[in-house]
Write a protein of this length. Structure first.
Length: 484
């Protein structure tokens, strides 16, 4: 595999690497250094038209190829990702600011797993049949055609492949757009697809911003389904454009997840995991537990220990193995997080640790680094506890009993995930049932089985990804009833 990254990245359309038809590019910055290091195409509807035409041309061939053929090529993509894990991880870290060890351990490994999982999945995807003594019903599933996949910057290749792999496995041709903030591993995926022998035009990767490129995908009348992961704001807008066109829509949106800690939990495991669920990836995971809700009898003990451990986390150069946190993704996002911390102060929040930017020396002196920040003293209804910050910032609240814990957890308009810490399984199940979220973890966090449905309720989105859910989303069904 070729890992030189050209200064001007190109779109991957119809099996060719080509620049944007407009000639316009966007600067791409390494957030750890604050320096521009590539330019990416700012594509628009003209580039999307070319991509859709290429996808339509190859669709009959790809959709009619058997599951074995799809398995072989998707599995080969997984192999190539694994064979080049170190180079891909470095590219991801330079683009996103996350620690290199995290890119290796989680992001790139999971991108390979996504392809392997759906390559295998399509070999087992079966039709349903419902019979009576006189009739047989069978439900066939067909690929939709050309579909759009739009993804965010926080887990760039991981989330990009989480959509593309099932869409391809189900027999669709794909127009995919990565975030304009983290385009490089998506660009490299084009080369990987080519080397793996995926037929030209089956996967088209088009770069650009949301307003020009993303919007053109959502509006294109020949793109019949949109799988989107990103902010609730953009998701709401996309729904308003796609719904009147009766497109299939999957929306995986923001989160403001509660982490509920009962006094009877396994303390050591809870503390170790809560540090991760608060600050992994600089708090930029939609599943991070940003509202920590603690039983009042252990509140002070938790606070003292958690603040001490969070303060000891090393924020540093993402290339340094010792860094637990790297840079946040962009200057815009850095400014947004710092302004959320200011809002928390104005709302009466007390900053227990962190609360400001960090200036590093050497190659990272212009980078976007923020200290792990813990805030207490705010009620459930303030902006800080209602709106997603998506950075290394968490709040602490106390609860008195189970009812109070559930009420605090449900106060927020988001409903993606929740984590519950207790050794009482009956209590855990009650809280799990009554907490408004699509994903619940008990005594664990980010424990993902790719077969399980993934997604949220309330402002966290519509629909589920993962396992059969994803293959069902990317197919249309037709029931055939025969009276014999
Ligand atoms: P974003 O909404 O700004 O952008 C996401 C993607 O959508 C980008 O590729 C962007 O270019 C594109 N886009 C923006 N406006 C568009 C439009 N009008 N039409 C079409 N495409 C458009 O989100 P972000 O800042 O990149 O990512 C962070 C957000 O993603 C957070 O809110 C986070 O919670 C969410 N997220 C959710 C999940 C989940 O599974 N629920 C996973 C990861 C991230």
């Amino acid at each position: 595999m070729q890992f030189d990254i050209p200064f001007h990245l190109e779109n991957y359309i119809g099996g060719n690497f080509i620049g944007p038809l407009s000639g316009n590019f966007i600067e791409n910055i390494n957030p750890a250094t604050g320096k521009a290091y590539t330019n990416i195409p700012n594509s628009n509807e003209k580039d999307i038209n070319v991509a859709v035409a290429a996808a339509k041309r190859i669709f009959p061939e790809w959709s009619n190829s058997g599951p074995q053929q799809k398995f072989k090529v998707l599995n080969r993509i997984a192999d190539i990702i694994e064979e080049n894990l170190d180079d891909l991880a470095l590219a991801e870290t330079n683009d996103n600011g996350k620690p290199l060890w995290l890119s290796k351990k989680v992001d790139i490994k999971r991108a390979a797993d996504n392809f392997r999982f759906f390559a295998t999945g399509i070999m087992h995807f079966a039709s349903e049949s419902h019979n009576t003594p006189q009739t047989i019903n069978f439900t066939k599933r067909f690929p939709i055609g050309v579909v759009g996949c739009i993804s965010p910057w926080n887990l760039p290749l991981y989330l990009f492949t989480w959509k593309i792999a099932p869409a391809l496995a189900a027999g669709n041709c794909v127009i995919a757009k990565p975030s304009e903030v983290t385009p490089v591993t998506a660009f490299l995926l084009g080369r990987i697809a080519k080397e793996a022998g995926l037929p030209d035009g089956v996967l088209n990767i088009v770069h650009g911003d949301g307003a020009n490129c993303g919007e053109a995908i959502v509006k294109h009348k020949e793109i019949k389904a949109i799988s989107f992961t990103g902010s609730t704001r953009a998701g709401k807008h996309i729904a308003s454009v796609a719904a009147p066109m009766f497109k299939k829509l999957s929306l995986e949106l923001g989160g403001k997840n509660p982490n509920i800690i009962f006094a009877d939990c396994d303390w050591e495991k809870m503390m170790k995991t809560t540090l991760q669920s608060s600050f992994s990836n600089q708090g930029q995971i939609c599943l991070c537990g940003s509202r920590i809700i603690i039983e009042d009898s252990v509140y002070e003990k938790f606070k003292t220990e958690f603040v001490e451990k969070a303060t000891a986390l090393t924020v540093g150069d993402p290339l340094d193995e010792k860094s637990k946190l790297g840079a946040v993704v962009s200057k815009n996002h850095f400014d947004k997080i710092l302004s959320c911390i200011e809002t928390a102060k104005q709302e009466g929040g007390k900053i227990l640790c962190g609360g400001s930017a960090i200036k590093l020396d050497g190659r990272c002196e212009e980078g976007y680094f923020i200290q792990p920040t813990i805030i207490e003293g705010l009620g459930p209804n303030c902006k800080t506890n209602m709106e997603e910050i998506f950075g290394p910032v968490v709040t602490l609240q106390k609860f008195s009993d189970v009812e109070n814990a559930i009420a605090l957890a449900n106060e927020c308009n988001y409903g993606l995930s929740a984590t519950i810490w207790t050794s009482d399984i009956s209590k855990a199940l009650r809280v799990a049932d009554e907490t408004e979220a699509g994903i619940i973890w008990v005594n664990t966090w980010l424990n993902r089985d790719l077969r399980t449905p993934f997604g949220g309720i309330k402002n966290s989105g519509v629909g589920r990804e993962g396992g059969w859910e994803a293959l069902k989303f990317f197919t249309e069904q037709k029931n055939i009833c025969i009276d014999y």
